[in-house]
Design a protein around this ligand. Structure first.
Ligand SMILES: Cc1cc2nc3c(=O)[nH]c(=O)nc-3n(C[C@H](O)[C@H](O)[C@H](O)COP(=O)(O)OP(=O)(O)OC[C@H]3O[C@@H](n4cnc5c(N)ncnc54)[C@H](O)[C@@H]3O)c2cc1C
Length: 385
């Protein structure tokens, strides 16, 4: 059987590009024939802003738009200025990240691209078939980053919350912002029985990204996001501002077993592969880490993708946290307040990176209201049985 490619990458967003870039930079993959399929490839737009924290300088620093060493946590009755050391919170505009990868990939003659839409991906055991709007391609392996929302929406077994947000890049008439301090979470807004907060990322005295974020079961009407942002800006005391651009999005918050979609020759990557942290939606650094692991996996000549994903104890922590938040969506602010009150930011960010020891995790878990967590754990155990 003639195969058109060794690898096909479906979707050239953050994870597809991350993988294609890693293949481009590694001489061991220089003879592998690769096809990238995405109607939008190569992307040259600022369709999202990526924020993440890192302990040290990294190759992202050349593309970083702004960074902060301190962030604020706010609520009605608890405010805390968090010094993030040794972490730095960094903001990167997607256009810079896309440009960086597109340039590297375009230099490699073994990587081709198609602007087709992927319709179906099939592993028949010996090879894969990718049906697209402009024909069928056959390859040894497929890396698929196309998220199927229907699949996770239809699962009753695990709670599904959506992280949804609307962000405005605004410019004020007067100097207003302190560029050294971002507001990580501001819960001092109407919770309306949900988990809702504002996120403020100032990058000049007059400019900031203000994002209204919810962790909830349902999306809002567009005017509700806008009303909340307008009210928040008014309450901050910002009377005159212009909106330079907008950003909105939704990220699934679920421990859905994405790895069960994988087969011997098809691997789901990015959010579609469960690489978004279920309890926070943060994905960017996970994509970086998982890409490295995947490249090593391929180099070890392991060709069975069913063996790629491994469940860790953090999956269980995320499950319980999401169970609590799903059943008590109004309690989100209380849970985050307790976590930030009782733990150092360093420990929290290490925990969210899944780099803490078991004893550190116990300490963090003890900072949450115990009754509700014990009840939720018991309910979950009964459900599993
Ligand atoms: C607005 C927004 C802001 C975010 N901010 C952060 C952040 O600050 N920090 C963080 O860690 N995470 C953030 N995330 C979460 C996560 O990092 C991003 O969603 C990230 O882009 C996920 O990468 P991905 O490759 O899984 O998906 P994507 O980047 O969405 O890539 C999927 C690609 O598939 C293509 N595609 C879709 N359907 C088809 C089809 N049928 N055929 C072919 N191609 C197709 C799309 O064009 C797209 O290019 C954000 C998400 C959004 C939506």
């Amino acid at each position: 059987m003639h195969l058109d490619y060794d690898y096909i990458i479906c979707g050239a967003g953050a994870s597809g590009l991350s993988l294609a870039t890693a293949f481009s930079l590694d001489p061991l993959f220089s003879k592998i024939k690769i096809l990238i399929i995405d109607p939008d490839f190569p992307k040259v737009v600022n369709d999202r802003t990526w924020c993440f924290w890192e302990e040290k300088e990294s190759s992202w620093d050349e593309m970083i738009f702004h960074s902060w060493k301190n962030v604020l946590f706010k609520s009605d009755n608890f405010n805390k200025n968090l010094s993030l050391s040794p972490f730095v919170y960094k903001m990167l505009k997607s256009k810079s990240r896309y440009n960086y990868s597109n340039q590297i990939i375009s230099k490699n003659s073994n990587i081709n691209s198609s602007k087709a839409k992927v319709l179906n991906v099939l592993d028949n055991g010996a090879y894969c078939e990718v049906k697209t709007s402009s024909g069928v391609y056959r390859s040894k392996k497929v890396f698929n980053s196309i998220l199927n929302w229907d699949l996770i929406n239809n699962t009753q077994k695990y709670p599904l919350l959506i992280q949804h947000f609307e962000g405005w890049f605004i410019e004020t008439e007067e100097d207003f912002f302190n560029t050294n301090e971002a507001t990580f979470m501001d819960f001092s807004i109407n919770q309306n029985s949900n988990t809702r907060f504002m996120y403020v990322l100032p990058f000049s005295k007059k400019e900031a990204l203000i994002e209204y974020t919810l962790f909830s079961k349902n999306l809002l009407n567009q005017n509700e996001y806008e009303d909340a942002l307008n009210e928040y800006l008014k309450n901050l005391g910002i009377k005159k501002f212009s909106i330079k651009s907008k950003e909105s999005g939704k990220i699934p918050m679920t421990v859905f077993p994405f790895e069960k979609q994988n087969s011997k020759n098809i691997l789901y990557i990015g959010t579609a592969g469960g690489w978004s942290k279920p309890s926070t939606g943060y994905t960017f650094k996970n994509i970086e880490r998982k890409t490295k692991t995947l490249v090593e996996f391929l180099k070890e000549n392991d060709t069975n993708f069913i063996k790629f994903s491994k469940k860790t104890r953090f999956w269980y922590y995320d499950l319980i946290f999401l169970d609590v938040l799903f059943q008590n969506n109004h309690l989100g602010s209380k849970l985050f307040i307790e976590m930030f009150k009782k733990n150092s930011p360093n420990m929290i960010f290490k925990f969210l990176n899944e780099q803490t020891s078991f004893f550190e995790e116990i300490k963090i878990m003890l900072s949450f209201p115990k009754g509700i967590f014990i009840k939720t754990i018991l309910k979950r155990i009964l459900k599993i049985k």
